[in-house]
Write a protein of this length. Structure first.
Length: 127
């Protein structure tokens, strides 16, 4: 549907920057960031925007914000995928999960390590 809207806009040759900005904003709000970036690129190509420093700055700022949102979402998606994979691996391999629990049980707590080093320090000072 978004691509169809873009094609209609191109065929109508809209040159109103306010209409294109509203379209880009609407696309971003529904989560279609790639299309919003594409519309913002079209907005930046308009002669009226290129001649108006305020419109140009707003369009560039918005495009950068859209790119950053895309990058954040892709990082979130890749992090979420990694977490899902590790959970799937643990579910498919219960022995690995048990081994990791045993390793946690074998390692002393940080508090115990600090207490042990403090006792060693006390023993050295009394000598």
């Amino acid at each position: 549907k978004t691509i169809r809207t873009l094609l209609e806009l191109q065929s109508l040759q809209l040159d109103n920057p306010h209409v294109l900005f509203a379209l880009a904003k609407s696309m971003a709000e529904i989560g279609d960031l790639p299309s919003a970036v594409e519309v913002t690129t079209e907005l930046l190509n308009l002669e009226t925007v290129q001649q108006d420093p305020v419109l140009w700055a707003c369009a560039v700022h918005y495009k950068v914000a859209l790119w950053m949102m895309q990058m954040d979402l892709s990082k979130f998606a890749s992090t979420e995928d990694e977490e899902n994979r590790s959970e799937d691996e643990n579910e498919s391999n219960p022995k690995a999960e048990e081994a990791s629990k045993e390793e946690e049980a074998d390692t002393p707590d940080e508090d115990e390590k600090v207490k042990a080093s403090a006792k060693e320090g006390d023993a050295k000072t009394t000598e």
